[in-house]
Design a protein around this ligand. Structure first.
Ligand code: GDP
Ligand code: MG
Length: 299
């Protein structure tokens, strides 16, 4: 008889905006859960992805990008990554091999507090191999890494090595989630992230980060096999509202069409999507509104 020891652990993915954290989580899970966008800071709240294998369960936490906090939302997001890395069994510190600023990264790395830190050098598809060695040398001088793993999250290269290395460092433990769980995020929050991603993608650089998407209603009609979703896009100014809606409503239509196709893939039924746009000034500095938008503030 073979006795398999079951292991489980929490793995936080940390790194400055745009290094590819959400892309990695999506690649590992093979589903679109974390919002991925070429613009930084798309991920607002922590997204957890669960991978269950025969011998282990890995629970990944994708943290919002690290940046200099300018307002209450910024400070709140800042706390989240420090908290999540402190409680994790393994912290994956992720770099963009094609663009990293060692001084900025040093400041973050020095604050990183986790017994098992891996250095994940991402986007190796974008650089020539000899460029990777100096990165390894420079970063090893800052901190002791348990493992240093070059990957391409986009091409799914190096993920097997990553997963098997993580398994070495997580403790014996129970299965926290049932086998088929992909995420612990409430369905609505994932839907709102998917819609927000479209906003980020389709609107020009002028649109500031002051938009939030709230799912107002979500219901499933068994007979029609149709999920109806009503969502409100909040922005801070009338001029932003006009941009989101676009001439003759064209932009909003585009956002809706593109979001609907992702939503359908996620809920696995046809989706009827209704989008509203509302102005709520200064929501980023209001406690009440932050709570209303689903940001946890229990620290
Ligand atoms: P995050 O802010 O750290 O979560 O970064 P995202 O996952 O949103 O990725 C930011 C951008 O980098 C997106 O345009 C991704 O497609 C791109 N990206 C992520 N991983 C790779 C990679 O391995 N190679 C290349 N070439 N691009 C990547
Ligand atoms: Mg992200």
């Amino acid at each position: 008889m073979v006795i398999i020891m079951f292991k489980s652990g929490f793995i936080s993915i940390i790194g400055t905006p745009n290094v590819g954290k959400s892309t990695l989580l999506n690649a590992i899970l093979g589903e679109k859960i974390a919002a991925v966008s070429p613009k930084p800071q798309t991920t607002r709240t922590q997204i957890t992805g669960v991978v269950t294998e025969e011998d282990a369960q890995l629970i990944f936490v994708d943290t919002p990008g690290i940046h200099t906090p300018k307002n209450k939302l910024g400070r709140f997001m800042e706390n989240e990554w420090e908290q999540s890395s402190g409680e994790a069994d393994v912290a994956l510190y992720m770099l963009d091999a094609s663009s990293c600023n060692i001084e900025k990264e040093r400041a973050i790395l020095e604050r990183l507090n986790c017994p098992n830190i891996f250095l994940i050098i991402n986007k190796v598809d974008k650089v020539e191999k000899p460029k990777i060695l100096p990165i390894i040398a420079n970063f090893s001088a800052i901190k002791e890494f348990k493992e240093i793993i070059p990957i391409s999250a986009l091409n799914k290269d190096g993920l097997d090595v990553l997963i098997s290395s993580i398994k070495k460092y997580i403790p014996e433990g129970p299965k926290f989630f049932p086998d088929d769980t992909l995420t612990d995020q409430p369905e609505r929050q994932i839907c709102s992230e998917l819609i927000r991603e479209k906003l980020m993608r389709l609107l020009s650089d002028e649109l500031p980060y002051g938009t939030a998407v709230v799912i107002e209603k979500m219901s499933f009609d068994e007979e029609k096999e149709l999920t109806s979703i009503t969502a409100t896009i909040y922005c801070e100014r009338d001029s932003h509202k006009a941009m989101i809606i676009g001439k003759g409503g064209l932009m909003l239509k585009k956002i809706g069409t593109s979001a609907r196709s992702d939503l359908q893939r996620f809920v696995q039924t046809k989706v009827f999507l209704q989008l509203w746009v509302k102005v709520k000034e200064n929501w980023r500095n209001s406690d009440m509104l932050l709570k209303n938008f689903g940001y946890r503030q229990d620290n």
